[in-house]
Design a protein around this ligand. Structure first.
Ligand SMILES: Cc1cc2nc3c(=O)[nH]c(=O)nc-3n(C[C@H](O)[C@H](O)[C@H](O)COP(=O)(O)OP(=O)(O)OC[C@H]3O[C@@H](n4cnc5c(N)ncnc54)[C@H](O)[C@@H]3O)c2cc1C
Length: 417
């Protein structure tokens, strides 16, 4: 019997495993891939993510590798006018936004876990619960027929989560927009003297940008209101690159096209942008019988405020905090306490997750439309100060700290049922 099974070794799954380990709860992470998957190449981590990473004990390691970005330039492709925006540090914590390689983030989190905590090539195909000796236990079945019992299951299995489906949450919906992401490599250095500034370009129904990860690598993205022709899941990266350069972004400035031209094709992916209706989060089952969800499995959102991964890190700390508080209160963690901690976690996350989904969706609509005077006006106003203010206020969120291990009673024995 495992203490906790976590489904998925993405940002949410690994961060949750680290949080649980910090409060003395053992977790087994089941990942369907053969190794850590880093689809999307890189991501922006805002101040709220750094608070969570600090609680998880890994912020210093990551911050040492990536410089913060403080400003951005937004160019209107049609008028060629460029505006500067500023991303100032969080008032509360002083944390700044950094863009990090996804793979590095996953590896740094995985390094915190004891050996054999992650079991790769382990795809769960079903989940059920039953009562044993008066306590609810969860049973997950893998593709190969293996059955694993545990006291709790945390579904961190992404947008198409099996665990969310089991909880009864309605499937996410397509936003009508999609995005391409990739890394560009300049072996002799890209030479951008803007340093760590994000460059963005907006046109009718499209939005794109790039930012330096270091002297040689740039992360770039391209978002479109409808999937450019030839792009689909699993499409050949060469086709995607050609499509962006020659059709979808052909009128974009040469500096952007040159970045796309230097793509490392193995990092290039296209994704439809999905989200869960906020009312499904507000009124749906986020937890049932010691089973819950975190990250995209709970709150898939459009990436317009760069908060999907950041909020997955928040989830991990909040869940760990509730479990840790329960351990300090009762001296041990009984199965019913896990259920109570999971319920409290779900209750705490509901409003935050629904707010982020809504704010991201609205911000995406304003940022990317620009098809008429009103939306262009809204876009220009929003993109100036409002966007940075919205990002800033959302990123002020503090997910709290984990109880320190020394304050928790020793848990040498198994969880009692
Ligand atoms: C274009 C784009 C740009 C983005 N930019 C940002 C950004 O700048 N900042 C930010 O914070 N967020 C950003 N996001 C959002 C962010 O990528 C996601 O919110 C984040 O990756 C979610 O992590 P996760 O661990 O919940 O899910 P995932 O990363 O999807 O991980 C789920 C894991 O579960 C595994 N899995 C799935 N099913 C099973 C199963 N049945 N059994 C076992 N394992 C399973 C998968 O293999 C995977 O490893 C962006 C998203 C997109 C699409």
């Amino acid at each position: 019997m495992e203490e906790v099974v976590i489904v998925g070794a993405g940002i949410a799954g690994l961060a949750t495993a680290v949080a649980l380990q910090k409060v003395g709860v053992r977790a087994l992470v089941l990942e369907r891939s053969k190794e850590l998957r880093a689809t999307g190449a890189a991501l922006g981590l805002f101040a709220n993510a750094w608070v969570a990473l600090d609680a998880l004990g890994v912020s210093d390691k990551l911050a040492a590798l990536y410089a913060p970005f403080e400003r951005g330039y937004i160019t209107d492709v049609k008028t060629k006018s460029t505006r500067e925006v500023h991303y100032s540090p969080s008032n509360r914590t002083g944390a700044q936004t950094r863009v990090v390689h996804r793979k590095v983030l996953l590896e740094v989190l995985a390094d915190e876990l004891p050996p054999n905590s992650i079991r790769f090539s382990s795809k769960i195909s079903s989940i059920e619960t039953q009562v044993e000796d008066g306590s609810s236990i969860s049973i997950v079945t893998l593709d190969d027929g293996t059955i694993i019992k545990s006291k709790a299951v945390i579904g961190c299995d992404g947008v198409h989560s099996i665990v969310a489906r089991w909880l009864g949450l309605r499937p996410p919906v397509y936003s009508g927009r999609s995005a391409v992401r990739g890394l560009s490599v300049f072996p002799k250095g890209h030479g951008f003297d803007h340093g760590h500034a994000i460059q963005q370009f907006v046109d009718v129904g499209t939005r794109a940008g790039f930012i330096a990860l270091n002297d040689k690598e740039l992360y770039w993205f391209f978002g479109a209101a409808c999937p450019p022709k030839g792009m689909e899941k699993g499409a050949d990266p060469e086709v995607i690159q050609k499509e962006v350069m020659e059709i979808a972004a052909k009128d974009f400035p040469p500096v952007y096209l040159d970045v796309v031209r230097h793509s490392d094709l193995s990092t290039l992916t296209w994704a439809p942008l999905m989200f869960r209706y906020p009312w499904d989060i507000l009124f749906g089952n986020l937890a049932k019988s010691n089973v819950t969800v975190a990250g995209d499995a709970m709150h898939p959102m459009t990436p317009d405020l760069g908060q999907g991964g950041c909020s997955a890190l928040e989830d991990a700390v909040v869940l760990g905090r509730h479990l840790g508080d329960s351990i300090s209160k009762h001296g041990k963690l009984e199965t019913r306490d896990i259920g109570f901690a999971i319920e409290s976690y779900a209750k705490e996350r509901r409003l935050r997750a629904a707010t982020l989904i809504t704010a991201s969706y609205l911000s995406g609509w304003v940022q990317q439309d620009g098809s008429n005077r009103l939306t262009r006006f809204l876009r220009d106003v929003f993109y100036g100060n409002l966007l940075t203010r919205a990002v800033r206020s959302i990123a002020q969120y503090d997910c709290g700290r984990l109880p320190s291990a020394s304050s928790l009673p020793s848990r040498e024995s198994e969880i009692s049922t």
